[in-house]
Design a protein around this ligand. Structure first.
Ligand SMILES: Nc1nc2c(ncn2[C@@H]2O[C@H](COP(=O)(O)OP(=O)(O)OP(=O)(O)O)[C@@H](O)[C@H]2O)c(=O)[nH]1
Ligand SMILES: [Mg+2]
Ligand SMILES: [Zn+2]
Length: 298
């Protein structure tokens, strides 16, 4: 009997699992018992590895997960690093709010990074930065300089934490990862190419060591299905609404046209941004309509 070691799955490839054990990465195979139980280890899973007498490493156990997010999935996501580009694809508030609602629903904190800021006009950049100031003020740290992010991020990543890149195809997730972690050599491609091919340049999930934990590259979770969210709970995931909500007159206030609504008051006072409220209404409608938006039905 050899001893068990605990590590984290950093890569999946055709039946093999690469596991970070201390400073080294070992290639392991899963015991058949997993398949029988219908259990599939994922990148980010904390696992037990056993070296058998023939020198083969076996993955013999998966520890309980805190979450499992996206497709392909990442397990135990502790924070999201959301990459939003100023252009190509163009910055939109609606898109940003979709992501923020989704991850708030999943209970995972988000840090925002604006890419390609040098490709837009000074006026447009100022508008986007005003928005980011707002997001920052409601609790989402925002970075617009990759140098500043590179300085700050390693200290933000707690031991063993799994930070995960999210954002649209072509936003610049892999480009950012390659900059933050020089050992990562992830493929990147101009947006026109990735869109023409109708798929992401990055197609797998992989973890890269960063700070005391990891940063995962992903295809970005761009087809987010919000329809499983209960419509009555949606306002909870607009974090600044949730803060005003205890002051609404009615419990369970949906902030539509109820009297004594503190969210509507904050909106009128300019403390809640109008676009956030409009996006709340749009997402409410999407959730109540069957099936969600067209692009999820493909
Ligand atoms: N000028 C400029 N180009 C950038 C920046 N970030 C990314 N790019 C370019 O944008 C294109 C797409 O970048 P990727 O890093 O491949 O995008 P991605 O988010 O990983 O895309 P997927 O893997 O398809 O999800 C590449 O041509 C990059 O060189 C940036 O900050 N400035
Ligand atoms: Mg990529
Ligand atoms: Zn209300």
């Amino acid at each position: 009997m050899t001893d068990l070691k605990t590590g984290i799955v950093v890569n999946l490839l055709a039946g093999y699992y690469d596991v970070q054990l201390g400073a080294q990465v070992v290639r392991t195979r899963a015991r058949g018992v997993f398949r029988k139980r219908g259990q599939k280890p994922r990148v980010g899973d904390r696992v037990e590895v056993q070296l058998d007498e023939h020198g083969t490493n076996y993955l013999v156990g998966v520890k309980p997960r805190t979450n499992l997010i996206g497709r392909p999935a990442v397990a135990n996501v502790s924070s999201i690093l959301l990459v939003i580009s100023a252009v190509e694809p163009d910055y939109t508030r609606a898109f940003l709010d979709r992501y923020l609602v989704y991850f708030a629903w999943q209970g995972v904190p988000v840090t925002i990074y604006l890419s390609k800021s040098e490709l837009t006009s000074a006026d447009r950049l100022a508008e986007i930065k005003d928005d980011l100031q707002y997001y920052h003020s409601i609790g989402y740290p925002c970075f617009t300089s990759r140098d500043t992010l590179k300085q700050a991020l390693p200290d933000l990543i707690k031991p063993q934490a799994v930070w995960t890149l999210a954002g649209q195809s072509g936003a610049g997730k892999s480009t950012l990862l390659n900059y933050l972690q020089s050992q990562a050599q992830q493929e990147t491609a101009p947006i026109s190419m990735s869109l023409n091919r109708g798929r992401h340049t990055t197609r797998q999930v992989s973890l890269f060591a960063l700070g005391a934990g990891f940063l995962a590259d992903t295809p970005g979770f761009s087809a987010l299905d919000l329809t499983p969210i209960k419509v009555k709970e949606l306002a909870n995931y607009f974090v600044e609404f949730a803060a005003a909500r205890p002051n609404c007159k009615f419990r369970g206030c949906q902030h539509l046209s109820e009297p004594g609504c503190a969210v509507k008051q904050a909106l009128q006072a300019g403390d809640i941004a109008q676009w956030r409220y409009d996006d709340y209404l749009t997402l409410r409608q999407e959730i109540t309509e069957q099936g969600g938006p067209e692009y999820l039905k493909k």
